[in-house]
Design a protein around this ligand. Sequence first.
Ligand SMILES: [Mg+2]
Length: 145
Amino acid sequence: MKAKADYPNINPAEPQGLKPDGKPFGVLIVDDSMFIAKQVSQILSSSGFRIVATASNGQEALKQYQSHKDSIDLVTMDITMPGMDGLTALEHLIKMDPDAKVIMISAVGKDDLVKKALLTGAKNYIIKPLDRKKVLERVVQTLKQ
Ligand SMILES: [Mg+2]
């Protein structure tokens, strides 16, 4: 049987979800669409990230952020949600933690809302439909900021 070392070039990249100390980055996923939340979750967890919690509206997101603050390194935030929307949740979240790293997830054609989110303190954004490469790129970029 061949050992792992016999295939050094198959997957040379380190999982992007791991910190230099080998521990995973923790993520809070906020989206009212279970489909999108699952997609984000699959993309990130397959790259080594840890999904700390999910929320389907702004209120829930704030609650989850408060209770898991120490283990959340990144938040993906949908914009359009019933109840408290993503922009309002972002405003509260930034007040609560000015250093919070939030990536907005938006449908196409919502440029004004995305702009507003970036001015409010979101670090980055992703436009749906989600593409694995694009999601990982933006997430890694954001964690480096
Ligand atoms: Mg939505």
